[in-house]
Design a protein around this ligand. Structure first.
Ligand code: SF4
Length: 346
């Protein structure tokens, strides 16, 4: 039988296990701190525990959620993409982007994705399965340990890798809560950003829960006809329904929302789209992140040009909607989500 993954436990679960083994309560806290503050990944590293307990941990739990099978570094050395093999031989990716002061980690929540966005390599793979909360947590802890050895730490986590996090809502939020635990990794909720294609009921649930986590919406088009050609989810939730749920979210939480926009040349980088978007976002506490398309093999669209991106931004800014053009990172290592895993999956 497969042993449960230790990262799938929260602190209460772990304490209950230790109690059932007749261990004093402080042992659970020692293990928790070992995992999340010392970044220990093997039972033998827990040298503060009696040998018999280390052995018991090893017998009862699996510590190895992910095995790195391919590690690619961008030519400027700032972006690292890791392809991980999971226990059941499936593959996922996580990408670390190092900036001068920040280290932003992009993590996955599913193997593949059911949303089928046409420009996305993960979408082109189809859906395989949800990740467990522990498999999501383990991606962060893998990089936390690596950066710790470099004297650095993860400063931001964006949940924008493979998968639609709101399709795997419970496990994604459980992972965030576990990483947020003040007695463990203690990673502030505000340092997470979760990105969705616009699953309206989940945006509403997220708003009700009043989480401090940042919310980003992958919008990419300001009207249904165009959006439908790229994001099939538009059949289920229209642009206006999504924006109405965003409006409610901002009202409920007082938090600014981000809209992601992959700029595709002469498709959604036009002045008409920019004006339409500006009109729809008017009065909403928001920000638009526009990023030239990261090309994938399965989609013929081209990245916008610098001039067209600037013109798009100017129209939004002139209408009072803050817009930033983001740089594409890691093109030379196929850092766009799913580009490596789709090949590994075959
Ligand atoms: S862009 Fe995100 S939601 Fe769309 S298919 Fe890719 S992983 Fe899924």
């Amino acid at each position: 039988m497969m042993r449960p993954l230790i990262y799938d436990l929260d602190q209460t679960d772990l304490s209950q296990h230790l109690e059932s083994w007749g261990q004093p309560a402080y042992r659970a806290r020692q293990i928790w701190r070992g995992l999340y503050q010392n970044f220990w990944v093997r039972p033998e590293e827990f040298t503060n525990l009696p040998a018999a307990l280390r052995l018991k941990l090893e017998e009862e739990f699996s510590f190895e959620a992910l095995s790195p099978i391919t590690i690619l570094e961008s030519s400027d050395g700032r972006t690292t993409k890791t392809l991980f093999r999971l226990k059941d031989e499936q593959a996922i990716e996580a990408v670390l982007m190092r900036y001068d002061r920040r280290c932003t980690l992009c993590i996955s929540t599913q193997v593949g994705c059911a949303m089928g966005c046409v420009f996305c390599a993960t979408g082109q793979m189809g859906f395989h399965r949800h990740l467990t909360s522990g498999e999501i947590v383990a991606q962060v802890m893998y990089y936390a340990r690596k950066l710790h050895a470099e004297g650095r730490s993860v400063t931001n986590v964006v949940v924008m890798g493979m998968g639609e996090p709101f399709h795997n809502y419970d496990n994604t939020m459980a992972a965030i809560d576990r990483l947020n635990d003040a007695e463990g990794y203690n990673f502030g909720a505000r340092r997470f950003t979760v990105s969705t294609v616009g699953l309206v009921p989940m945006i509403r649930r997220f708003a009700e829960e009043k989480r401090q986590v940042n919310l980003a919406i992958s919008l990419h088009a300001a009207e249904d006809a165009l959006r439908l050609t790229m994001l099939p989810i538009t059949k289920k939730y229209t642009v206006d329904e999504i924006l109405a749920s965003c409006d409610d979210y901002v009202r409920a939480t007082g938090r600014r929302i981000t809209f992601e926009w992959a700029l595709i040349r002469e498709v959604n980088d036009t002045p008409e789209q920019a004006r339409l978007l500006a009109g729809k976002l008017k009065g909403l506490l928001c920000h638009v992140n526009a990023i030239p398309l990261n090309p994938t093999q399965g989609f013929s669209g081209q990245a916008t040009t610098r001039e067209r991106a600037e013109a798009f931004k100017e129209i939004l800014n002139a209408a009072g909607i803050p817009c930033t053009i983001r740089l594409r990172r890691g093109i030379d290592i196929q850092a766009g989500c799913g580009q490596l895993a789709s090949r590994a999956q075959g």
